[in-house]
Design a binder for this molecule. Structure first.
Ligand SMILES: *[C@@H]1O[C@H](CO)[C@@H](O)[C@H](O)[C@H]1NC(C)=O
Length: 506
């Protein structure tokens, strides 16, 4: 007969084997539970994180009528029912309104409220993420991650069961290693309950990006660091830990864990292989970080004071009670690899050919003789026809290029001004020379999809997937359906954001 202790060891063995698919299936939170560091928050829009979980993963809200629906796994422990989202969101826009906590503690993530920094919404809240910005497949089944543009944020300032004070916790997050920036702060984890900076050691969250204001690792980034408040730490030194490498796999598993005067950063490729440890040791010697003063709120995509300039993509992540062993985390990594994250198409509808010239005609009633053109740096619509001047035809013609920031989408180079591309800047579309910067490349990358009016094409911003090419008073913007700007008006949005793409005039 098993003693209780050996029974527990047996369970660990079963669940450990499960991670390799040999015995019963175990989700990441089953593995953490077997290691006596249970999940107290489990968030994912892509899959269930417990083998028995059948509840809602996330909620989406559609622009057409403002109604919401919950998206659940296809089966217990399975991948999200992306087809249910696609059906609910067809011919309109959808936002992710809630990322549910699967742990049973109700630690759901919702639109982050204003804090030390205010969000872009009129009430100071952060923006919600598009429901379609981060399509992937898991074991061949379609799902959507959470693509967060600057200004987007989720939080829960009344979480239960999270570590407070100097209590121990663990966290992992699966992220897109190609989507980041240097602004503060793309975080997931433990933060202030007031959304304000209450001092050193009041946070303990995973950070991902190439911010160098506080700390950094080897190379030019991006890095996994820990946001401990008033500092992004790559190790015990506030400045630099050469052992924390730049890490930019398409799918990154990022881990931070912390307990009384010890903490660690670990990471790896979430699609293959094992984890490495980038820091494991004492707390920073700077005052305020030992002991910690964790407050136990949960943030996603923002800093603890609601700093919301960062960008990144979140697929799944958890927070635990207790300091997980490396072995437990290694089993979770094996489970994530077995989930087989892979990229999925970002575009749909009319196929574009790189190198071809296209013109884009408005579909709004009364405007259907107008095409996307430019007058100097301004992108606008102008009436163009076969009898127009050659100069105007060229102004309304665009050479299709592979997306400067992501070659699964496209960039549009001016036919009459080679080397200049349509980009967004302050949400207006402008013609700008390719200066080679990451920001220009991202702002000039667009993902055409089946038109929001159910026909033709809509052209989504890669970096702000809630936003589409939209004409408003004959000027082009990237507009979100019913957003805060006048050009975001929901009136006529679908028509104004749908275009007939044809061979270029020139
Ligand atoms: C979407 O729009 C197309 C074209 O107008 C229409 O045929 C289709 O039924 C619409 N789908 C839904 C779900 O409303």
């Amino acid at each position: 007969m098993f003693s209780r202790r050996s029974f527990e060891r047996f369970c660990v063995l079963v669940l450990g084997l499960a991670a390799t698919g040999t015995l019963v299936e175990a989700g990441p939170c089953d593995i953490y539970a077997s290691g006596n560091t249970p999940c107290i928050a489990a968030h994912s829009t892509t899959r269930a994180l417990y083998n028995a979980y059948t509840g809602a993963l996330y909620q989406v809200k559609r622009g057409s009528d403002g109604t919401t629906t919950d998206i659940s796994p296809l089966s217990a422990g399975g991948v999200a029912n992306a087809a249910a989202q696609d059906k609910f969101c067809s011919n309109t826009t959808c936002l992710i309104t809630i990322i549910y906590d699967q742990s049973g503690r109700g630690n759901h993530l919702k639109q982050a409220p204003p804090g030390g920094f205010k969000g872009p919404e009129s009430n100071g809240y952060d923006n919600l993420a598009s429901a379609i910005g981060a399509p992937v497949t898991l074991n061949g089944k379609k799902a959507y991650g959470v693509f967060m543009s600057p200004g987007t944020g989720y939080s829960n300032n009344a979480a239960s069961g999270t570590a407070t004070g100097d209590e121990a916790e663990g966290m992992y997050a699966v992220l897109d290693g190609t989507h980041y920036n240097g602004a503060c702060c793309f975080d997931y984890g433990n933060a202030e309950i007031s959304s304000t900076d209450t001092g050193n050691g009041h946070m303990e969250a995973i950070y991902y990006g190439d911010n160098t204001a506080w700390g950094s690792g080897a190379g030019s980034g991006p890095w996994i660091m820990a946001d401990l408040e008033n500092g992004l730490f790559s190790g015990s030194s506030p400045a630099n830990n050469a052992g924390d490498p730049s890490i930019s796999h398409r799918f990154v598993n990022a881990i931070v864990k912390g307990g009384p005067n010890k903490w660690a950063i670990r990471g790896g490729n979430a699609a293959s292989g094992s984890l490495s440890t980038y820091y494991n040791g004492a707390r920073p010697s700077v005052s305020g970080y030992n002991p910690m003063s964790k407050e136990g709120a949960i943030i996603l995509g923002i800093g603890g004071d609601n700093s919301n300039g960062a960008q990144g993509t979140f697929y799944e992540g958890v927070m635990t009670s207790g300091y997980p062993t490396d072995a437990t985390e290694n089993s979770v990594q094996a489970n994530i690899v077995a989930a087989k994250y892979a990229t999925a198409p970002l575009t749909s509808g009319t196929a574009l050919t790189v190198g071809s010239s296209i013109s884009l005609r408005a579909t709004t009633s009364g405007y259907t003789t107008r095409y996307i053109a430019h007058t100097g740096a301004t992108i606008n619509t102008q009436v163009v026809s076969s009898s127009s001047t050659t100069a105007l035809k060229k102004q309304a013609s665009w050479t299709v290029r592979a997306g400067l920031a992501n070659n699964n989408c496209f960039s549009f180079e001016s036919v009459d001004t080679p080397g200049s591309f349509i980009r967004h800047a302050d949400f207006a579309l402008v013609l700008a020379a390719n200066d080679g910067t990451k920001l220009l490349h991202e702002d000039a990358t667009f993902c055409p999809q089946t038109g929001l009016n159910g026909e033709t094409s809509s052209v989504r911003s890669w970096s702000y997937p809630t936003r589409y090419f939209r004409h408003y008073e004959n000027v082009l913007y990237i507009a979100s359906n019913g957003g805060v700007h006048t050009f975001d008006s929901a009136t006529s949005f679908n028509s104004d954001a749908s275009w007939v793409i044809s061979n270029g005039f020139a």
